[in-house]
Design a protein around this ligand. Structure first.
Ligand code: SF4
Length: 215
């Protein structure tokens, strides 16, 4: 059971973010679902811009899991060396290609549970993938979504995992795929970590960060 006040905050967050960012698509560059999954794996702790830059070349040779197996970890490293944690990511991209080829017949699994059996694929990665490819009703929570939901005081949590668990209880599934995209653009371009654009924000009356910081 959620309070009337909380319901109102959620309603306003949805309304305003949908209005501000109606585009319902990812900014990652990809041409098929396999490439999208790899791009999401690469995007951990890295901006989409950096990932896209690397993938303009990388994805010319990586179109299927078999391509990843042919490249081996070493060559994958070479293609992605401009992004953070490229050594670990290259190792896990290679292992994911092997697993997809051997156990999933080169197809990408379609459930949260199966996706998380792949390497460097966590709950957030799996939710992003399914909300983009299947419009699945998942709100993928990372540190940024965690920050926004805490600023507005829709949740009061210590980390992204806790926020994810709470969000699953309080957000109705109907809007989640859309909210996933609008909230992503909201934290990226508006409720920015260091300098949120509070003076222009339509949510300010319902935002505890705004109220308590006397902006
Ligand atoms: S008022 Fe500021 S902190 Fe609150 S949601 Fe808007 S931009 Fe973010």
């Amino acid at each position: 059971m959620i309070s009337k006040k909380l319901k109102e905050k959620i309603k306003i967050l949805k309304k305003e973010t949908f209005k501000m960012f109606p585009e319902n698509k990812t900014e990652l560059y990809y041409k098929n679902d396999f490439q999208l999954l790899i791009a999401i794996i690469m995007s951990a702790q890295t901006t989409d811009i950096q990932v896209n830059k690397a993938n303009k070349t990388f994805f010319q040779v990586l179109k299927t899991p078999q391509d990843g197996i042919n490249l081996w970890e070493n060559k994958i490293r070479g293609f992605i060396k401009t992004i953070w944690f490229y050594k670990n990511k290259a190792k896990n991209i290679y292992k994911t290609c092997v697993k997809l080829h051997n156990e999933y017949n080169d197809k990408i699994p379609e459930t949260l549970e199966e996706l998380q059996t792949l390497y460097w694929v966590w709950i957030k990665t799996a939710k992003v993938f399914l909300s983009v490819t299947k419009n699945a009703p998942y709100l993928a929570v990372d540190t940024h979504v965690h920050r926004v939901l805490n600023r507005v005081w829709i949740v009061k949590t210590k980390n992204a995992l806790e926020t994810n668990n709470k969000a699953e209880l309080i957000f109705t599934k109907n809007d989640n795929a859309k909210l996933h995209h609008s909230i992503l653009f909201f934290w990226r371009y508006h409720c920015i970590a260091r300098k949120p654009k509070c003076s222009k924000c339509k949510i300010q009356k319902n935002c505890d960060y705004y109220e308590f910081n006397n902006i």
